[in-house]
Design a protein. Sequence first.
Length: 317
Amino acid sequence: MIEFKVETDLKEYDKFINERKGSFIQCSRWPEIKVVWKPYFFCGFRDGERVLACLVLERSLSLCGRIWYTPDGPVTDYSDGEIITEFTKFIKAELKKHGINDCRIYNDGFIVIKAGVGAGAGIGYNCGTGTCCNSIDDNGNMLQVGGFDVLSGDKGNGHWVATQSFRAVYDEICLGKKETLITKLMAEKAGITDRESLLETIAKLESEEAESYIRMFIGSFFEAANSGDEVALEIIDEMAQRGADFTAAHIKKMAFAGETVNVVLSGSMHTKAFSQLYVDALIEKATKECKRNLKFIKLDQPPVTGCINWIFQQYRK
């Protein structure tokens, strides 16, 4: 028997998220960052065993009332059709309880395009917690490249940047390779001055302190890059080239009729931890790879706006 209910034990909820390799944006701490959203936590059990956990965020928007959004979807076994089917029924019933009568499912990789260009065609390149690059062409066809972490060579997301930043410090301290401003900045911010203090951070990166240390490594990287640090600029070049490769794949495989193709940049690495050096390098490399005029648009509104634009577009048909 499968049963779904409102979660009351957030420790057990987070334990399940961690055991199933869920992401930070699916855990109970994410609403502490997304403070304008109201959180709901749901859990599912089969014969008393926990099989699902799901964070849902609610927000009121002036154009369409309240919306619900589940970051990265529920954490569960997606090969178990019974769980997916029953949870879909459950969540639709919960929506109706809260006065929300329409349910649509949108891939967050595509909604950034609708948020950035409305009903038009374009490419969306997202570098936040993860990396993906999506497109909707002039015929309405959709394509995604990336999104499979190391398997698809994803680069430029927060965890990748933090990893490269850590490795740069490791290479200087432990391998005696190039000096980098990242090491000096991490010494100031986190007291990392030698091999022992650096390796101690590995344990911290697996603890509740992980998010703060990841942010320090990311911040130090971009600060070093913007100061012209050679090691950081090499990493900038690598992430910009991968972004250009992903963008070019859409130009080659999809149908964009106009002279100029819109490219929407979204995710925290593009909108919050902003580096003009990186964006300039991305534009230069992507333009060279694509051999097309590209208009880069930094997304300045919540990606969920794309859901609203998409709904209105469908209703007008």
